[in-house]
Design a protein around this ligand. Structure first.
Ligand SMILES: [Zn+2]
Length: 341
């Protein structure tokens, strides 16, 4: 696979043990978006004090705008943490036209390699702006200080190729695809899946090869998706279930785990090799069960039953299996019975 074509969004990748050490000396005056635990880990590798440290509690646009209002002059926005911290840093770097440096401390979401920032306006997801990390720093030592499950969650935004690509094929068959159909993109996405399947043990162990596999797979995904201008091979019905649940429950989730729940249910709705993809999620020990995310049975049932209504109300959401399904209570009961609540 060609990981670093001109089409990738990452300007420079530094990857290895202690690759974050001393980065503060190269980036001028900087502000940081982070959370307490990742910042405590990373700051040991830095000597220069930031101009401002913003501890992220939300990715609501108004809250971020408020934080970055009236800052003294500075050069760089540093994002340190998981998806929320990285998305706030990406959004601010784009809005304020400052250099972006991303140091993910867990790999639970593909946010650190994608150009647009996934933020929320009244709990509704928006992808805004364009920001490229310069550099993106993957420090194995830092990633290994996190619980393994948080890095394993990174596989969610890769296994979603299984359901999302299927959705695109459904849309194409129904002549409802929003974009020109591209079978090369689909088959290149399958190659990424195979690369991930071959590294399941490494990912489960959180060893260097496993961590690297997730990062390289995300970057490969960019080389497919950025030239065609959309992420349809990776984002489909499995993400839409998450959006419905997030709007319903009004709280954040660990991205890769909630996407895992979406893959579990939507691969069943698609009748798309669901036993196989479930066995992969079990093998890598991705926590996709509602119990681990504190989702009540009643809420999940209501969410699934409302899913078609939800996607049909949101004109920006793409055509997927959901648009072709009338999901009944019996189907839901049958397909959630092996999930833990
Ligand atoms: Zn995602």
């Amino acid at each position: 696979m060609n990981y670093f074509s001109l089409n990738t969004n990452v300007k420079e990748l530094r990857i290895g043990d202690n690759s974050s050490k001393g980065i503060d000396k190269e980036i001028g005056k900087y502000i940081v978006f982070t959370m307490k635990i990742p910042w405590d880990v990373l700051k040991k590798n830095l000597t220069k004090t930031p101009e401002k440290i913003i501890f992220v509690e939300s990715v609501e646009k108004d809250i971020i705008d408020n934080e970055i209002d009236n800052l003294d002059d500075f050069d760089t926005v540093l994002g340190v943490g998981g998806g929320m911290a990285i998305d706030c840093a990406k959004y601010s770097s784009w809005k304020l036209k400052k250099r972006l440096v991303s140091i993910p401390t867990i790999l639970s979401v593909d946010a650190f390699t994608t150009p647009a920032a996934g933020i929320r306006v009244n709990h509704d997801v928006r992808y805004l702006g364009e920001a490229s990390p310069n550099p993106l720093i993957i420090d194995y030592k830092i990633l290994k200080t996190a619980p393994k499950s948080l890095n394993i969650a990174g596989i969610g935004d890769l296994l979603s190729i299984h359901t999302a690509s299927f959705d695109w094929q459904i849309a194409n068959k129904a002549k409802k695809s929003e974009f020109p159909f591209d079978s090369n993109a689909i088959s290149n996405g399958k190659e990424i899946l195979n690369f991930v399947y071959n590294n399941i043990g490494n990912i489960r162990e959180n060893n260097n090869n496993g961590l690297r596999c997730i990062v390289e797979a995300y970057i490969s995904l960019n080389t497919i998706c950025l030239p065609i201008g959309h992420f349809r091979i990776e984002e489909g019905s499995e993400h839409y279930l998450f959006y419905e649940l997030e709007e319903r429950l009004k709280r954040p989730f660990l991205h890769g785990e909630i996407i895992g729940l979406g893959i579990y249910l939507m691969s069943r709705l698609q009748n798309n090799d669901f036993k196989f993809i479930t066995s992969i999620m079990d093998d890598v020990s991705l926590s996709y069960h509602p119990k681990s995310m504190m989702i009540l049975k009643k809420d999940l049932i209501d969410s699934i039953l409302n899913l078609r209504n939800y996607v049909e109300k949101k004109s920006k959401l793409w055509y997927t299996i959901i648009n072709e399904s009338s999901i009944e209570k019996d189907w839901v009961e049958e397909n959630i019975k092996l999930l833990n609540f």
